[in-house]
Structure formats: structure tokens, C-alpha cells
Design a protein around this ligand. Sequence first.
Ligand code: FAD
Length: 512
Amino acid sequence: MIACLERFVPENDIESKAAVEASIMCKTLDLQGSIDRTASADKDFGGLYSRRPLAVIRPSGADDVARVIKAASLSSTLTVAARGNGHSINGQAMVDRGLLINMRPTENNHFKEVKINGSTYVDVSGGALWEDVLKRCIEEYGLAPRSWTDYLSLTVGGTLSNAGVSGQAFRYGPQTANVAELEVVTGRGEVVVCSEKKNCELFFSVLGGLGQFGIITRARILVQSAPDMVRWIRVVYTEFDEFTRDAEFLVTRRGDGESFDYVEGFVFVNSDDPVNGWPSVPLDPDHGFDPAHLPRNADSVLYCLELGLHYNNSDHPSTIDTLVKRLLGWLRFIKKLKFQVDLSYVDFLLRVKRAEEHAKANGIWDSPHPWLNMFVAKSDIAEFDEAIFKKILKDGVGGPMLIYPLLRSKWDNRTSVMTPKEDVFYLVALLRFSPTGSNGAEVEKMVSQNRHIVDYCVQNGFDYKLYLPHYQTEEQWKEHFGGKWERFVERKACYDPMAILAPGQKIFERIR
Ligand code: FAD
């Protein structure tokens, strides 16, 4: 029937052809879930791109996802994008003239504790939000995943398609290193269960695979006993080398009680600017930041090490105080610029939710966010600070500028995630918020500053990789994957030979 209708559509009019194919497909698909041909879902958190899908599918589970992919593969043009919570920046979850599968309706399909060889896991849906995984794991089992992102309104499938990093990754690796098994619907429309032992090539392809090889419908996540409380601490540095020395010291310590459970850091502006400067540091609005404690020669930007120590209600307060004092005693921060609060583990993990509520009230949550995320090798980070933080970004980015070390030894080389070559590398995240009412020119200025920063890294031969990468050409993707490009292409040919999946990443063209 599709072939018959195609005769009435000019060969080169791909747009009309796709619309006809989608229309026929939607009428003939026998799904348990639903199809909406009017829903928009054409935006993401970045707010920089907009692509309207031909239809939005709300699947009931893996079988529906498989049916959609199989039907798309029988068409000559259709592509399929899974959408987690649409929190990408550069249209990665969008589809132009194709089908969008909204994974959120599948959120409750899986939730089960699994014990294997003395380890405990929880099976969760690819479309579940991490914040719901957290709440259910704690309420039902008193357990929690080990490795997180800073913000939890992201889906399991969305972060596992990238890496998923936060202040626990130095110890446990990214979220992709904390998964034992996946159920995936491949680009061939096959539902496959994979793990390190079973269908391992698919398993490692999909982890950090930018949605290119399959759609994650279930993930088995390693969990551990959840602590009751976190002591959340921020300490301030003026010197970058002291900040990095202490951060690296903490992330490379081994053994219980030898480091914090969470280590992150950020750069802030040495001024009273409410968003970029001193006021962004204290953890409690009642704690002021007294700049009189800063040395006179302090530079344009300052550094904050952010730390978290887990404990239980049954621990004696003096035990925690003593441990924190011992750990902080090794560090060289400005002693009078230390801020701390104690809060529940759940409130700690949901800390960005409060910032979201605040940003929503100010109207800046829905404005464009030209974010830049990258991994920069330890040997290049001091020059990055000198040239980029201290000069180009000396006035801030209107939001957090994160910087913290990670250890490559905790990342599995067999996954599709790309990192710098050195064992210690830094996550650098420029989380730009554009003021409400910003015009296109202002947003373009931020995008162009990002481009300038990346160009600087290229021109100076930095060992770096974009995290949450976005490129426009195959050449750029080849460069990104370097020696792993061929493996990536072979994996694509194996699991999604028609290049149907995740077209918003702009890596492969749909084979017609
Ligand atoms: P989407 O944006 O919907 O999708 C991302 C990509 O994954 C797309 O290509 C999509 O097709 C694909 N995809 C989605 N679901 C699936 C699935 N089930 N199977 C296969 N492919 C799928 N990242 C961190 O690592 N650490 C952080 O601390 C962090 N903080 C963030 C804070 C905010 C406020 C925001 C907006 C983003 C943050 N991110 C962070 C980035 C985030 O991890 C990625 O943008 C992630 O992709 C978003 O998840 P999502 O569910 O919204 O995915």
C-alpha cells in the first residue's frame, strides 16, 4: 500500500512522502499505546532548535516500540527518535519528518528488586525519571543507586545514552558503569536483553550510545543502602592550583572514611553579582559571604569545592564532626569561607529541583540554555582556567560554571562514551541561563562564545571531548570518536542498519 501511494508523490519530495508514509503507518499500526498526530513536542531544554515530528507515539511498552521501529523500517524515509524528558540542549531527541516515541508513559512498566551473587539491583523503566527511581527505591527497599546526575528530572534511558555524571562518579564511575543489564529495542525492531555476559556488544554499544543502536526499555541498576543524611559543605579558594590539588587529592583517596562521598566544584565571579558572584556560594540564605576574608590580590574568578558526607541518624554527631574536621584539615581553602548545612539524603539529591522552582518563578527556566559541557584532561585544565575562566568567562555565564575531576579508570572503555585519554580529567559545564526576554542576538552571542571556547581547545591541542556532544557533519563526528569511529560505524550497521534511530544527533543519514 505504501509503495502504491508513493507513485503519487514526486520522488524528490521527501517531506510529503514521509507525511504520507507516517499517515498510512499510523492508521495500520496496532498499538496498545496511542498515537497523536497533533501533539507538538518540538522543543527541548536548550530552546535553540525546533523540529516538529509527524506523529508522537505513547507506547505501552517494548512491543509497541518494536512495532513502530519495524514499520518505520518498511517505509523509505521515516526515522524514529526516543524522547526521554526532552532535556537535551541541541535537539538530540528531536526528529524532523519522523516519529517521536515519548518514553515517559512507560515509566511504571518495571520496578523490581533483584539480588544476584550478593549484589542488589533494581529493574527500572527506560522512561522513568531518576527522581522517581530515588523515591521508590528508598520508600520500598531503603536502597538507592550509587551514581547520580545533579538534576534528577531526567530519564534513565536519556542519561544512560550519554554517561550520567555527578559528584559520586569519581568513586563509582558514571551511571553507565552502574548498570548490569538492559532491555533494548534495536533499530531492527528486535527486543533484546543484554549484559556484560549476554549480547555484550549491544550492551556496551547502547551505554553512552547517543540513542544510535536501540531504545532502552528497561535497565538493571546497581543499588546500595541509602544513608539518612548528608553534610553538604562548600569551601572557597582563590588559587586554581590549590583548588585542583585538593579536588584531585579527595577523588584519588581510597578506603572508607578517607574522603567525602560527593566531590564537585565550581568557578564563580569575584564580585557581588547575585547570580555569578559571592552570593551564589552560601548554602543557606542566612549565611552571608564576607569578601573581607578574601586576599587583596584575588583574581577575577574564585573557586568553590563542594563536598558531601553521608551519615545515618544513628551515627553520633561528634563522630561526624570529627570525621569532617579531619577531612577538611587536609585542605587549603580560605578557612573563614566555609559553608555547611545538614539535610536529608533525598533533599540533597533533589537540590537542583529547588533551583528549578526558583528559575521557573523568575521565568528563566523556559528561556534558551546554550549550555556547553566538556571533559578536559588534567594536563590542560590550568591553561583552560587561565585563558577561559579568568579571561573569556570572567563575568560568568548567568548560571553555574561547574568544574570537577573524574577518573578514567572508573569508565568502561567498551561503552560508546568518549573521554580524554588521561586518567584524571575534568568535567567542565557552562550552564548558561539567558535572562527572560533575551533576543536571538543575545543567545547567538552565547552560542558563539561556546564555539570560541571549543576552537581555543582545538587550536591549543587540548585533550578534550564534548560531553553531550553535538556536531553537524560526519567529519566532526569522526574527529570526536577518533580511533573508535570504525567501531561505532560497525555497531550502527549491526544494530540499526537503516539508520532509523535518533536522527537528532545528526551522525548518520537514513538509508533509503
Ligand atoms: P532526552 O533529551 O529526551 O534524550 C537524549 C538522547 O537520548 C536523545 O538522543 C534521545 O533520542 C535518546 N534517548 C532518550 N531516551 C532514550 C531511551 N530510553 N533509549 C535510548 N535512547 C534514548 N547530565 C549529567 O550527566 N549530569 C548532570 O548533572 C546533568 N544535569 C543536568 C541538569 C539539567 C537541568 C539538564 C537540562 C540536563 C542535565 N544533564 C546532566 C544532561 C542530561 O543528562 C542529558 O541532557 C540527558 O540526555 C537528558 O535526559 P532526557 O531524559 O531528558 O533525554
